[in-house]
Design a protein. Sequence first.
Length: 503
Amino acid sequence: MSFLDNLALGFSVALSLQNLAYCLLGTVLGTAIGVLPGLGPVATISMLMPLTFGLDPTTALILLAGIYYGAQYGGSTTAILVNLPGETSSVVTAIDGYQMARQGRAREALVVAALGSFFAGTVGTLAIAGFAPALSELALGFGAPEYFSLMVLGLIAAVVLAHGSVLKAVAMVVLGLVLGLVGTDVNSGVLRFTFGISDLFDGLDFVAVAMGLFGIAEVISNLERKDEARAAVTLGGKGSFLLSREDFRAAWPAVVRGTGLGAILGILPGGGAILGSFASYMLEKRIARDPSRFGKGAIEGVAGPESANNAGAQTSFIPMLTLGLPSNAVMAMMIGALIIHNIQPGPQVMNANPSLFWGLIASMWIGNLLLVILNLPLVGVWVQMLRIPYRVLYPAILVLCAIGVYSVSNSTALVYVMAAFGVLGYVLAKLQCEPAPLLLGFVLGPLMEENLRRALTISGGDASVFFTQPVSLALLLLAAGLLVVMAMPRASRLRDAAFEEET
């Protein structure tokens, strides 16, 4: 099928009444989650995943994807009007966006954020449609050694790009790999790390682990915070949501640069929306004729990061769809959703399930269009959501999590597993250990073990097979190069400086 035929198939799937309704639901939920501080797409997707079991796989992924990129839009609204980023990727937007709002330019900030996000989302969607098929064809030639080396590279890149200490990120990946070993060995039938508990014979449930690490742990962490009185900057009357010629001239180059930078960084493991937004802000500040304007209401400081985080959110789907390799925690959730629906993630998805592949891509563009149409008129509604007190919000989340995880297999054991990982996630947060590398290790661990064993079986136990295959060797050399670069003092300082911008 040609490119246009594939897109036609995708839009025919995405525009069906059911998929369109769930796309709308996902984007609205995502925006709401982006607005509310203390929540995020990872926790929300983990909570809602059990509700997708009865849906068609394509519909389920459209819903979950809408939550992810919808959250990028919602986070910018409160960052601009309330100086309270609902999403981590919107932290940078608050720096200049809130100052613009205080100067009576809230409309301009919201418009450039929405239009920049739509442009970036469109470019990101086109990048997926253009590059994903080629990558899938390339990946179809991968054998077990290449897949193992690719996953090694993905985990090392996730460590390099993780927040905070590299040593702690490595420890989280190793812990995730160990947790992925729990259960019955498929090849030998030997029980591993089950401690005689029958509920662990089939391994740790992905939904329970994800809900605990991100949903329950987030609730526990936020219970330590006091409710804050939040005053929103008003839009000031019924003015038009249009940019002046001067604002447009200043913003559009930043939108283009942010889109390109975010699209590239979104593909990298550990990148996604967050890294792109901070990198874009640093770039705009460095190339500006007057860097002192930043932090005082520079429109480029809103246009660039908002474009970058949405482009990154879109292109992070590329390695997930083509290689079965999650680039961040949300993509790990997506792979979990595919596995739950009995779909093997990887390059065969495009050929075996073309309606799912192209329907998801088409739904992303439709979802971005819906977000632009909905977000600006509903700004007042989103800000009013901030009036919901935490003492009401969090108990409701706990109940939904318990019901959701119990519904997976009608087992109370999963509720206990979720609670245990909730406590673990809270402890990790206190120790400043990021849980995302743990989840990536947990998802990739069984796949790495399977490909490692398969490669060694084919080679008769000869480990040199990983170095005699050209693609496998190139991936391993790239992984080693990343480690060498990170060991250099200058690279380490640059990494630390990039993440200091976030705080």
